[in-house]
Design a protein around this ligand. Structure first.
Ligand SMILES: CSC[C@H]1O[C@H](OP(=O)(O)O)[C@H](O)[C@@H]1O
Length: 366
């Protein structure tokens, strides 16, 4: 039985994001934007364009505080503010027209995100198969970067979907992704739903997988999503990503970041500047209690089950930063950015490239 979280305001949206009832860098931005759109459509607004613009600005600034690491929400807030201020400046505008402009722009984010993800899938699949040579390939991914983290199709999981639909995928491996288990709960669900051959591993099995099964399973790459890509290519992503990049390099497996340009933040020069969200220890020391399949269970009544010694201290960073030197390519909707002859990423070209769906560009190749 499908369960939906009902969101009627920016405040509802803020809590849904903070409590991770919705998560994933692109999805966070879209849910935030749409939660305000719902509020605007159910609120008696001023006739004055500037007053509605100020209301929208205040709500967007509030929504951005829900989670700090993913840049997509701040990026969306900046873009939506620009659209709204343009509307408010027009002579014929009033409160209603400013609100409509906002709602139309927020709805467009859904459409753009899906097409961006499909392009990411296409470019990423082409790069991996070109690099791996003949025959099907396998890929390992981390966390959830599919339709449950975006508006649809997904970023790293979009690459897996594209490989699969092209008949180029041998198998997808996904990590559980402790402590929140986005991999075992969400990515595994998406892979089974799409009938993609897939195997779940614990986070701690990744190096053994590459060492013991990498060759026979033809694991060509580890492909992950991103929450914020700094100007030099350093990438913040779900905790556990950094150690995957280290083991990929050790085992000679390509390590790729898949992210739309809404995740690239040229204002953040390198990974040391990225704020890493720390979450409550109970998200690591408890798991939700038993669920009864098919029963519409009100989770607030479900007992949580302790899986750690009471009283133990906990460190629970939700993300880590993978240095650009461990990243072989950044897959965007306009092509795969590789390092230049200087061994560094230059993301400015990708950010300025036209997203016209033409031939994928390999940007900055040495
Ligand atoms: C499509 S990228 C999603 C990105 O967000 C996840 O974090 P969280 O589940 O805490 O929102 C993870 O870092 C994914 O790579």
């Amino acid at each position: 039985m499908e369960q939906y979280d009902e969101v009627y305001s920016a405040e509802d949206g803020w809590h849904a994001i903070r409590e991770m009832r919705t998560r994933g860098a692109p999805a966070i931005a879209i849910v935030a934007a749409l939660s305000l759109a719902v509020e605007l459509q159910s609120t008696t607004l001023s006739d004055n364009a500037e007053e509605v613009q100020a209301f929208i600005l205040e709500k967007l600034q509030y929504l951005v505080t829900s989670r700090p690491t993913a840049v997509n929400l701040a990026d969306a807030s900046r873009k939506l503010q620009k659209v709204v201020s343009g509307a408010a400046e027009r002579d014929e505008s009033d409160g209603k027209s400013v609100a409509k402009t906002y709602c139309d722009a927020a709805a467009q984010m859904l459409v753009d995100d899906v097409s961006d993800n499909q392009a990411i899938g296409k470019h990423g699949a082409a790069w991996i198969t070109k690099t791996a040579g003949e025959g099907q390939v396998s890929v390992l991914t981390h966390c959830n970067t599919g339709s449950l983290a975006t508006a649809g199709y997904g970023t790293a999981l979009g690459v897996i979907r594209s490989l699969h639909s092209n008949g180029q995928l041998k198998r997808a491996f996904c990590t559980e992704t402790r402590p929140y288990n986005q991999g075992s709960r969400l990515t595994a669900f998406e892979l089974v739903h799409d009938k993609i051959p897939a195997t779940l591993i614990t986070d701690s099995m990744a190096s053994a997988l590459l060492k013991l099964k990498g060759h026979e399973e033809r694991i060509a790459a580890i492909v992950v999503g991103a929450d914020r890509v700094a100007a030099n290519g350093d990438t913040a992503n779900k905790i556990g990503t950094y150690q995957l990049a280290v083991t990929a390099r050790f085992h000679g497996v390509k390590f790729l970041v898949a992210a739309p340009r809404t995740t690239i933040d040229l204002q953040t020069l390198s990974g040391v500047e990225i704020e890493i969200e720390e979450r409550a220890g109970k998200e690591m020391t408890f798991i939700k209690g038993p669920r009864f399949d098919g029963v519409d269970l009100d989770v607030s009544h479900v007992e949580t089950v302790s899986i750690a010694a009471t009283g133990i201290d906990v460190w629970n960073p939700a993300f880590d930063v993978t240095p650009a030197e461990l990243i072989d390519g950044i897959i965007t909707e306009v092509g795969v950015v590789e390092k230049g002859p200087d061994g560094k990423f230059d993301l400015t070209f990708a950010m300025e490239a036209r997203n016209d769906g033409l031939k994928p560009v390999t940007i900055g190749a040495a």
